[in-house]
Design a protein around this ligand. Sequence first.
Ligand code: ZN
Length: 484
Amino acid sequence: MALASPSNLLSLHNAGSKITSALPFRFAMRYDYNPKVTAIPDLALFDGLSPDDPGPKALPTLAECAVHLEMLEAFQALRQKVIHSKKLDQAFGMEPNRKTVYRKVWNGARRRKNRTYTIDKFVLKDADFAGKRKEKWTYFLQIAAVRFHAWIRVVNRCLKDHDANGAPVPRYLLLPPLDTLIIWHAYLLNCDDFKSYCAVQNLHHVQQIAFPWADIHNAIDRENWSYTLPSEQSAWLRENGNLDASLIDALSETTTNRKNPAWHLLKEFNSMTKTPWTEGLADPLVQTILNARSTRGANEALVNNVSRQVVFVDKMHGHRWIRSPAVHGTLRRAVDRYDKFLHLFRLYPGTFLVPTLDVDLVWHTHQCSAEDYRQFVTERVGRFINHDDKIGRGTLDFGFTSAEEWYRVTFGEQYQVCLCWSCEAILEAVDKMGDDVLAKEDSEALIRDLSVRVEREVNYYREVETARRLGKNLPVGWNHHKGT
Ligand SMILES: [Zn+2]
């Protein structure tokens, strides 16, 4: 539609941001009270999440993409928690290197002739410590990689046994601990690597499964993005794979007992000492840590997969669509745009195409169900499309330009669009209005009103998000469906 044309959107975006910047942030709290705090994200977003495998015929659903956004927030939250955990600093034997210096401190006014001084002691902050603490995340992933191999073998064995006796597998068994999920997720986004890993390790059953979106959704707390396994699943993992439900908790707990061999081992996790370890070998955690230390080279690729994904996770966290008032529309359009993106691969074989951020989210969601994705894409495009995130910047820029061009030529729509909350909310409101309303003569005034209304709504959502981030009480809700 003409209204959604690039120039119109740009002016709406500009108008929107002018209104936003003119408003004091508190404004959104003041105007329309509702006793119920608006649930953000709206739970209707997850309607239709099915615990069953939809099969290879389907594109990812809006609900699955929404869970993907929740999951990436959970990944981001865990990374922050690991990096900023003082307990883990202690566990890995990290402490700031504080220097003590002595300085003259003058007493009295500067101009006084006979003023005196004392020599005071100062403890300087370790400026490098913040950087050093970040290394914990790499150590954490190195241990997570070992747990991933253990977890995937247990799950595959379980799937195989159930297959042999014809019983369906309880879906929750496919739900890994969060650290393992991070490794698995990043591996799945390197489709061919994951497939050959499964082939070499005889993990054919795992390669077939659909990603457990519904269970992941249930494990995540939408208030603080923490992730908790159901208790029956924690017990199952402990019994069948000797795995702790939460790696960060298990590592933190080592510090509560001075004699804990796991703690002593962790403290020298990164040191080059090759002295054979003899203490506490019966402890599964000690075994895991020892294993992580010796397989660091072999697991490097798995850790690197996650490190490359961090950029994407941070971008998604920056956009925070999961808290946006227009998340329904953003994801609905993203799925549609992904469908078109795949179509380009079919139309222009041999062209290298790079997705936009929203299209990439849907693409990743699709790849998480490895075999379904493989079958769907092979059928739709006529060949398999591997997702390789190891490609360099120059090639990516080139691939983006071709995608942009072909998309415009083929569908008559813009490829790169602004995905900010305001633009998305305006687009959503315009979509709801319909073409007949917009064809009226006073449509300009309508658009102006609409843009003001949308900005109020966006402001309210921003206010809620700010309150959440600052740990304050949430502002009183505004029922945006009332549409005042
Ligand atoms: Zn915008």
